[in-house]
Ligand binder design. Sequence first.
Ligand code: FE
Ligand code: ZN
Ligand code: FE
Ligand code: FE
Length: 170
Amino acid sequence: MGLFTSKKFETLDELLAAQIKDLYDAEHRLTEALPKMAKTAKNPELRTAFNNHLKETESQINRLEKVFSSLGVEPERESCDAMKGLISEGEEFIDADGDPDVIDAGLIAAAQRVEHYEIAGYGSARALAKQLGKQQAVSLLQETLDEEGAADKKLTEIAESYVNTAAGQA
Ligand code: FE
Ligand code: ZN
Ligand code: FE
Ligand code: FE
């Protein structure tokens, strides 16, 4: 959501459409960032997790297109400044020199920020859709919300089982 653009919001329908456009942009940006994160990751499990989540992210874009169509709104990206910032924080690790285990731990920290941001975004959108009685949108948003939660949990598991330990011993 742009911070300095002044807009007019009269109805929750308009707000929901704007939120979906923001998520649509955020997911597109992630399809560009995740391959770079996967390539940087040293731990094979982490690399696989990024690659799997890339495939999920592509299907989340399709799912958002179904949400647009269920709401009768034209699919359109509205620049997500927050995701831009989260990705640029992740890129610090992509360009970094140093211990690969420490860099993996940094990639996980950045990726978990992204997942939590998405969880907040989808949770709010789902709540608005529910309020508006848009049941199909609720179900679609819930599916993605579940995937984002699972992706976050997977990253925690990887961090706890390998990366943080390895980096701590470096
Ligand atoms: Fe996503
Ligand atoms: Zn945003
Ligand atoms: Fe902060
Ligand atoms: Fe995600």
